[in-house]
Structure formats: C-alpha cells, structure tokens
Design a binder for this molecule. Structure first.
Ligand SMILES: Nc1ncnc2c1ncn2[C@@H]1O[C@H](COP(=O)(O)OP(=O)(O)OP(=O)(O)O)[C@@H](O)[C@H]1O
Length: 210
C-alpha cells in the first residue's frame, strides 16, 4: 500500500561541492544530478563525510564551494517545503504519545496524511497511545519513518535510514522508497547497507573517500 500521492517533479543538481570541517577538506568537486524516480546512494567509510554532505543538501551546512539546486518549483515555492531530512537523531518527543508525536509533526509541516494509517504502515498502530519515550531504538526509527508518510514531499534525504531496524524494518524502508520513487519522488540515501529496493530501480552511486 502506498500512502503517497503523485508528487511534484523535482530535480536535484549538485556541482563543484566542497566542504571543509575543522582542518580537513572532507570532499571537493562533488557533482551529480538526481531526477524524479531516481535514488542516489551515498557510500563511504566512517568519517568520509556522508552526513556532512547530506546536511549540505538539506541546507543545514553551507558548503565552502559549489551549489545545490532543486529545480522544478513554481515561482514562490520554497524548496525547504519539498524536502524531508531523516537524520541520525529521530527528534521524537518522549513525553508525547506516539500518535501525538506524528500529529504534532504533521501540523508543523502541513501534512494532510492520515496519522493512524501512517502508524499502521510502519507497524506502530498498536502502541499509538504509548509515551514515545518508551519506544525502542527501532520503534523510534519507525516513528521517524512515519513522518515521511504524513506530509508527502518529493525529495527525501535519508541518512542511514535502516539504522536500528530489524529485517522487516529493512524491507519496510525498501518498500517506502519504492513507493516514493514510483510516485515521482527522488531520494538520496547515505547507507552502509544494501537497501532492499526493487530490481530495476534507477540507482546512482557516489562513493566518498576516507
Ligand atoms: N563541526 C565539526 N568540526 C570538525 N570536524 C567535524 C565536525 N563535524 C564533523 N566533523 C568531522 O567530519 C568528518 C565527517 O563526518 P560525517 O559525520 O560527515 O561522516 P560520515 O561519512 O557520515 O560517517 P559515518 O559513516 O561514521 O556516519 C568526521 O571526521 C568528523 O569528525
């Protein structure tokens, strides 16, 4: 089941990207393009700069050189409203119930999706009324994934999306990405593991060095 509707077409173009952190030049002259329906897999050893590059794409870090352009918006549309960034930290509010977390997220992000349907999709419906602070690491990750469903956006930036997940969770991430790409979205995923996405998916790979 896909909860996403047809998404507006966006293209991500990155040229000449360079980032220094402290004394170290993490990467330079990074360039790629990702079209609707495509996923870019970002690979590289620990410390290579994958998270830093994802943060540049999300606009949280300013690169030392180069540009990140999301094209395809109409006029006044703000690109931030097109992007979901799923980072290492799941930003779950422990004192809110599981469903309340998602409702709050949807309200903040203009989501029109069905909170309970999203919780069912990620396997958390039976604990919708539990304080989110009691969730396990994998359940917390599933709650973070549910956000992708309650406010559909064409660009997904996923940093280690399968971290802490069990085998079913791995499969879930693959299925969510498949549905997102099939709806015309694009994705960039930093991952050490093979994502369980459908055969025939248009995949690009970028390897960052240590
Ligand atoms: N604010 C900072 N100041 C200095 N160095 C930093 C800063 N933030 C990150 N770094 C360094 O930048 C490098 C790249 O970190 P980053 O988190 O992007 O790597 P990564 O490829 O995502 O690694 P991992 O696979 O372990 O998640 C690391 O060596 C890290 O110590």
């Amino acid at each position: 089941m896909s909860l996403t509707n047809s998404l507006p077409a966006r293209t991500l173009s990155v040229t000449g990207l360079a980032l220094r952190r402290g004394e170290r030049l993490l990467f330079a002259d990074v360039g790629f393009a990702v079209a609707p329906g495509e996923i870019l897999l970002l690979r590289g050893p620990n410390g290579a700069g994958k998270t830093s590059l994802m943060k540049c794409l999300a606009g949280f870090l300013r690169p030392d050189a180069g540009s990140v352009v999301f094209s395809g918006q109409d006029g006044e549309e703000r690109w931030e409203e097109d992007v979901h960034f799923l980072g290492h930290l799941s930003a779950v509010k422990g004192r809110l119930k599981v469903a309340e977390n998602l409702e709050a997220w949807a309200a903040l992000n203009g989501g029109e999706g069905d909170v309970m349907a999203a919780l069912r999709r990620v396997g958390l419906a039976s604990i919708a009324g539990l304080d989110a602070g009691y969730l396990s690491a994998g359940q917390t990750r599933r709650l973070a994934l549910a956000r992708l469903l309650v406010s559909p956006r064409p660009i997904w930036l996923l940093d280690e999306p399968t971290s802490a997940l069990d085998k079913d969770g791995d499969r879930l991430v693959g299925e969510l990405i498949d549905a997102h790409l099939a709806a015309g979205g694009l994705a960039v995923a930093a991952t050490h593991l093979e994502l369980r996405i459908a055969d025939g998916t248009r995949v690009r790979t970028l390897e960052l060095g240590a």
